[in-house]
Design a protein around this ligand. Structure first.
Ligand code: SAH
Length: 400
């Protein structure tokens, strides 16, 4: 351990690390003793030389060190076996029975820079830090030992890799590449189009919420906005909806969603339409001054992409959120349910509900909150790492 380069932190900078946050920015560093290569393990100490832990160094990144452990231990294959086994144990406890789920979610599983998703018998890996990327083969070997997948794919096409000095990369890391990816979620089967560009293929973080929201679907006319592969739509149809319409702007997602509906024996009830949700909602809520709007739906689901990746664009995002809520509320029958999600880290639950209430105020609706949602347990939340919490959602009933 003493042969490792040592990084001393400025006074006051150790607290976040001790509390469990793994990112150490260049501005926190008092002094570097030694000459570590990018990707090497370094030891981190406070300004009084008290040991804080070990992490991966990267001189090219603003995140100079990604902390891996607070213990004096080797970051070797056995380390990855311990960490990944712990992550798996958490999933088996909280998502027992799931066959497709996120096995490792980076910081939230104390493995900053590593994402591993399981799609039935295929694993998809993303490495977003240089230190983790250098240890990819070690991770692959551990995943083979623990999960015996048919194949392990690399889906390193994230733009964020450039901040670590990494190129984009895609391919097969082990086994034989399958024809396409499939996920079975709560007993429904989803075929995933290969060129989707969505996370590693699907939004696994909604697995629990699909089931929870479908509770409001019995005998309902359902509108699933931003439907992607039909996650909410198919669950609603299976739960006894009268009709389901999904809208998404991606023609490829719509085709896949239609095929998924048919494959699950739900093709009769579910329809999908390619289009921009903003335009669709506007088109269906605009009436002549002499006409009255006739609400058509009993359950509307809003699960848009993040409208903002930065704090600076929050204002525009809020206008977008308000618009879709206002129009959805107009389309809901009395007693109808709005299930709505926000995956932007920069819009917290309080701010999100404020926007919904402001939309309700504008169209003279009073709402009763009947459920609150979060991300599925395979996307754990560590409150000391605020970035690990991003998905929030609510269901509201229209009271009047
Ligand atoms: N509800 C989905 C995830 C939605 S992700 C699920 O559970 O899997 C966001 C989706 O919104 C993507 O499929 C994307 O194609 C779509 N999208 C983004 N902007 C849109 C817009 N303005 N109108 C319609 N669809 C949009």
């Amino acid at each position: 351990m003493d042969s490792l380069a040592t990084l001393l932190l400025k006074p006051g900078e150790a607290d976040r690390i001790v509390a469990g946050h793994p990112w150490l920015y260049e501005g926190s560093i008092l002094r570097l003793i030694g000459a570590p290569k990018d990707g090497d393990v370094v030891q981190v100490k406070d300004h009084r030389q008290r040991f804080l832990g070990l992490g991966f160094f990267n001189g090219k990144s603003r995140i100079r060190v990604r902390m891996m452990t607070h213990e004096r231990e080797e970051i070797d294959r056995a380390f990855f076996v311990r960490r990944i086994s712990a992550a798996l144990k958490h999933r088996r406890k909280h998502l027992s029975g799931a066959t497709s789920f996120r096995v490792v979610n980076s910081e939230a599983d104390l493995l900053s820079g590593l994402i591993v998703d399981l799609y039935e018998d295929v694993l998809v890996v993303q490495t977003s830090s240089l230190g983790m990327d250098q240890r990819k083969q070690q991770v692959v070997s551990v995943l083979q030992e623990l999960l015996s997948p048919k194949a392990i794919l690399e889906r390193n096409d994230m733009a964020s890799r450039k901040f670590e000095g990494l190129e984009e990369a895609q391919g097969v890391l082990a086994g034989v590449a399958p024809e396409g990816l499939t996920a079975r979620l709560n007993g429904l089967k989803f075929q995933i189009p290969s060129a989707g560009g969505h996370k590693t293929g699907m939004y696994l973080d909604q697995q629990d919420n699909y089931e929870a929201v479908s509770r409001w679907a019995k005998d309902a006319n359902v509108l699933d906005c931003f439907s992607f592969l039909g996650g909410f739509a198919l669950h609603a149809a299976r739960a006894g909806a009268r009709s389901v319409l999904g809208v998404d702007q991606s023609a490829e997602a719509i085709e896949a969603a239609k095929a998924n509906a048919v494959a699950n024996g739900l093709g009769e009830k579910v329809q999908f339409e390619a289009g921009n949700v903003f335009d669709w909602l506007k088109g269906n809520t605009t009436v002549l001054a002499s006409e009255k709007m006739v609400p058509k739906f009993d359950l509307i689901i809003l699960d848009p992409p993040s409208f903002t990746r930065s704090r600076a664009a929050v204002g525009d995002a809020l206008r977008g959120y308000k618009e879709i809520h206002l129009r959805s509320l107009k389309l809901l029958r009395p007693g109808g349910v709005l299930s709505t999600f926000c995956c932007s880290h920069h819009v917290d639950a309080r701010l999100f509900e404020d926007v919904i209430l402001s939309a309700a105020y504008d169209c003279h609706r009073v709402l009763r909150r009947i459920a609150a949602y979060s991300q599925s347990p395979d996307h754990p939340i560590l409150p000391s790492i605020p970035e690990t919490e991003y998905l929030k959602g609510y269901a509201y009933e229209i009271v009047v």
